[in-house]
Design a protein around this ligand. Structure first.
Ligand code: ASP
Length: 318
């Protein structure tokens, strides 16, 4: 029997990290081939094409690198891969997965995974997560679902998933939504049918920036005052509660919105911004009158990525 083809692209992160000396901290060191050696059952499931695309902590990944990952993954699907797995650090995994979810054009699954414990840890979770991610990527039930995140036996959608714990094995959750599915005895079980998707086109420009600032108690406006002058293409504010800011911020956001898109999200970690509940200055009704867009349930980091991709489709504003 011919086994299906799967492609695995390694970017680094804790899954690839080990310590060079007992007293040293872990750093990226395990390449894609060495990573596979820790997952022997994979060879019974698929022919594996594995590439080390980067070997870095995920804090240092860039949008440009993610566009290259997208091009690499496109080539793997065109070459016959039934599914693609990307391994990376968990610190920014929710952002990378959303970035590629917005651009992924194929029915073939693109599955992100990582690890909370390093490869050299006595109970490393990386090999199990990688095996599960491959199982999900190879499953016909995963087709048409875009980009998925597999961690700790759960399958999450890129839109909702967040790292909500700094160190725990079950660090990944989808607040307000829950996982899309779960892996039981080596098989994915999805709770809902595949959603309809409408990916964006790849951005033509990559030299622009989107600012993300958080509303905090008694915050100054020094950085807000510079946002337009610094040439940002858009501004995202991680707002209080249902998407609110202080009076000084409200007037600044109104001024900025005359030049560039301004979106306000909720900094609470779960739930939606409001649109028509609060009428005070700095509340969502006031902000919308000033030209601000409320982000609904999309968290601020994901709004920033959405706006970066959207702004990248248009020529630079001056
Ligand atoms: N702690 C991170 C991880 O889980 C490090 C990183 O994101 O690269 O992989």
């Amino acid at each position: 029997m011919t086994l299906p083809l799967i492609a695995i692209g390694a970017l680094g992160g804790t899954l690839s990290m080990k310590a060079s000396r007992p007293d040293a901290g872990v750093t990226p060191a395990v390449d894609a081939q060495a990573m596979l050696q820790a997952v022997p059952p994979l060879a019974q499931l698929a022919q594996v094409h594995a590439d080390t695309l980067h070997l870095i902590p995920s804090a240092s990944l860039t949008f440009k690198q993610l566009l290259d990952v997208l091009a690499w993954a496109d080539i793997q699907v065109q070459a016959g891969a039934q599914g693609v797995v990307i391994t990376q650090g968990t610190d920014t995994l929710e952002e990378s997965a959303w970035f590629l979810e917005l651009l992924w054009q194929h029915d073939a699954p693109l599955v992100f995974t990582g690890a909370m414990r390093a490869a050299s840890h006595v109970s490393a979770d990386g090999p199990g997560n990688l095996l599960n991610a491959a199982i999900v990527a190879l499953s016909p039930d995963s087709r048409g679902r875009g980009v998925l995140v597999v961690m700790n036996d759960d399958i999450h959608g890129a839109r909702w998933v967040r790292k909500t714990h700094a160190l725990a094995l079950d660090a990944f959750t989808s607040p307000g939504h829950g996982p899309l599915g779960v892996i039981v005895e080596g098989r994915p079980h999805f709770h809902h049918p595949a959603p309809s998707r409408k990916p964006l086109t790849t951005p033509a420009r990559t030299d622009h920036h989107v600012a993300l600032l958080e509303a905090t108690l008694d915050a100054d406006t020094l950085m807000l005052d510079q946002v337009v002058a610094l040439g940002y293409a858009a501004l995202v504010v991680n707002g209080f509660g249902a998407g609110h800011v202080s009076e000084p911020w409200a007037s600044r956001l109104g001024e900025i919105a005359r030049h560039i898109p301004v979106w306000v999200a909720t900094r609470t970690g779960e739930g939606s911004t409001a649109w028509a509940s609060y009428g005070f200055t700095g509340g969502e009704m006031d902000l919308q009158r000033r030209g601000v867009v409320m982000a609904g349930q999309l968290d601020a980091r994901k709004v920033r990525i959405l706006l970066w991709l959207l702004e990248g489709r248009s020529p630079a504003r001056h």
